[in-house]
Design a protein around this ligand. Sequence first.
Ligand SMILES: [Zn+2]
Length: 81
Amino acid sequence: MPTPDTSRQPAQISWTGGAKSKPTPLSPEWRCTRCNKLLGVCRDGRMHLRFARGHEYFVGFPVVATCRGCGTLNQATSPAR
Ligand SMILES: [Zn+2]
């Protein structure tokens, strides 16, 4: 049952330091719409694509890539927020 949040406990220390305040990092992962395979990771407004043998690409939006798992063509039109 829902309880009103009036009795708050003292701040829990789960994040040490806190110099860089990112308590809940949004998952910037770009995943296949069909098989949910990780296709890339959004960084600084661009998509970071990583392939085998150390090939990595930073590409701007929109991004279109074929899933390595199922071959589905995926498109990301804007950075994940
Ligand atoms: Zn896929």
